[in-house]
Design a binder for this molecule. Structure first.
Ligand code: C2E
Ligand code: CA
Ligand code: CA
Length: 426
């Protein structure tokens, strides 16, 4: 249907040297309207959006609903008509006008992606894909805006498509690895914990950062497989280090996709069984939005994991939406204050002091992430932070390097004890 509509417009435009725009329109947070106000209000909004789209269409244009809250608008930019880019902006404004429903005014904003014939391609399928990408770009920038597909986006998109294809093979080809980053205890003055961070050695592109490939794994449904690998590695490492007398907790990141799987906790139990690792040595880092989510499977998994003896940490605290009531009823062992709040210290001292006070109330260990300078480390030291992590204390490193560092730390401590005859640490 879309293809035949597009082909007709394209053939028309080709004959006259005109352009055709494919607008991908997605309503922002439409689900929230459906969930809070009911489907009746949701339906009303969809009908109004459709009406507004049809109102701006000429005989040469086409408007279609292609999914729940997704619309496609195909427009022919004939000579003398407004340019497609300007049309995107006016669509944006027109669709954002509040809809009157019952006694309220509902405002739903659209995110719009635009791809054009001939400059971006000449077949419907490709242009829809490009417009969809541009729409995602609009959403990721701040929603309620439009974005026009461009060469930069194409390059990123092609890299992503390639990375996703390669990721599917990466596990079997043993390209994944785990690096470890130290967490420094303020009181003990040494590393007491390490965070396991996934690494991907791409055969042609080199080391791909976790920040880039983890979201791709999540979208491609591969994150559970990767998460299982990292957990297993962390448990094996914990056993190996314990045999060497190294006493550290290993923190492992867990993604939402893992926690919404009803089998997650039993898979973890099985892994403890297979590796022989002590559950008290493992801490699982989850993001705060997971707590805000009322998904019973997530909470059941967390309860089972705690029963096993695993510690639970809230990662990137202060960046998302936190449900404070959940924080107090859920047993949280540790809160990791996000780097974005830490780098600005001491400028935003008030916020961090408040978070520290909150952590004290719920008796959680307080970890500051992204500590890069002496100024920040000193400030945190003086304001009751328990642990710090960041480049100031060390970058993530391979297991063998971390092992050397930990052993050297123990050797230095033993030397102090031998030389002074006392335990140097409080
Ligand atoms: P995260 O959990 O917040 O991990 C910390 C990230 O910040 C790491 O990036 C680390 O290298 C970086 N970092 C640490 N200290 C500093 C600092 O002082 N300055 C700066 N600028 N950065 C610092 P990385 O390894 O690229 O990981 C990015 C994200 O990917 C992680 O953020 C985590 O959300 C995710 N991730 C990593 N490994 C895993 C994994 O095994 N499973 C899952 N689900 N997610 C993972
Ligand atoms: Ca983390
Ligand atoms: Ca973090």
């Amino acid at each position: 249907m879309v293809t035949s509509l597009f082909d007709r417009l394209r053939d028309l435009a080709r004959a006259t040297g005109d352009r055709v725009g494919v607008f991908y329109i997605d309503l922002d947070q439409f689900k929230a309207i459906n969930d809070t106000l009911g489907h009746q209000h949701g339906d009303m909004i969809l009908k109004e959006v459709a009406r507004r789209l049809l109102a701006v269409s000429t005989v040469d244009d086409a408007a279609l609903r292609i999914g729940g809250d997704e619309f496609l608008f195909l427009a022919h930019e004939a000579a003398g008509r407004v340019r497609l880019e300007e049309q995107a902006h006016s669509l944006q404004l027109r669709l954002s006008v509040p809809v009157s429903a019952s006694d309220r005014h509902l405002k739903v904003t659209p995110s719009i992606g635009l791809a054009c014939y001939p400059e971006h391609g000449d077949d419907a399928e490709a242009l829809m894909r490009f417009a969809d990408w541009a729409m995602y770009e609009a959403k990721s920038r701040s929603r309620d805006r439009c974005h026009v597909f461009d060469a930069q986006l194409r390059e990123r998109m092609e890299r992503e498509v390639r990375l996703v294809a390669d990721l599917k093979e990466a596990g079997a080809r043993e390209q994944f690895d785990v690096h470890f980053q130290a967490r420094h205890s303020v009181r003990l003055g040494r590393t007491v914990s390490v965070e396991a961070l996934a690494r991907w050695h791409h055969p042609a592109l080199g080391m791909v950062p976790a920040g880039e490939f983890i979201p791709l794994c999540e979208r491609a449904g591969l994150v559970n497989m990767l998460g299982h690998f990292v957990l297993r590695r962390a448990m094996q490492q914990s056993c190996a280090w314990r045999q060497l007398g190294i006493d550290v907790t290993i923190a492992v990141n867990v993604s939402l996709n893992q926690l919404v799987d009803a089998r997650f906790a039993s898979d973890v139990r099985q892994l403890f069984h297979v590796t022989g690792c002590d559950p008290h040595r493992i801490e699982l880092e989850i993001t705060e939005s997971l707590l805000a989510d009322d998904n019973p499977v997530v909470h059941d998994n967390l309860r089972q994991l705690r029963e096993l003896g695993v510690r639970i940490a809230i990662d990137d605290f202060g960046t998302g939406y936190s449900n404070m009531s959940r924080l107090s009823v859920t047993d949280i062992d540790c809160i990791k204050i996000d780097r974005s709040l830490i780098v600005d210290l001491p400028r935003n001292a008030a916020i961090v002091e408040t978070i520290i006070a909150l952590c004290r109330v719920i008796k959680a260990t307080i970890v500051a992430e992204g500590v890069e300078t002496t100024t920040v480390a000193d400030w945190l030291d003086q304001h009751g932070c328990d642990q710090m992590q960041g480049y100031y204390f060390g970058h993530p490193v391979a297991a063998a390097v971390m092992q050397e560092e930990l052993l050297a730390q123990y050797a230095a401590e033993a030397e102090i004890i031998r030389a002074t005859g006392t335990h140097a640490l409080p």
